[in-house]
Design a binder for this molecule. Structure first.
Ligand SMILES: [Zn+2]
Length: 72
């Protein structure tokens, strides 16, 4: 399995946060989950561009899923 789930999660991320994927490679932390590190580039980007708490929650959920399935 794995790859099909991974591409589904990736699609969800792309749809909800088109800016997110272009920033994925820019995080300087190894094994970062992109939601609790104060200096995480991706977290900062989302916080600046998405002010809605609901969207940030969705982001965290999607990143969690992505971390589990794709390894981001
Ligand atoms: Zn990060």
């Amino acid at each position: 399995m794995g790859s099909r789930v991974a591409s589904r999660v990736r699609q969800k991320l792309e749809r909800a946060f088109p800016k997110f994927l272009s920033h994925l490679g820019k995080c300087k932390f190894y094994n970062c989950r992109h939601h609790s590190r104060p200096n995480c580039t991706i977290t900062a980007t989302i916080k600046i561009s998405e002010t809605s708490t609901m969207r940030h929650d969705l982001f965290k959920q999607l990143v969690h899923e992505a971390a589990q399935t794709i390894g981001y």
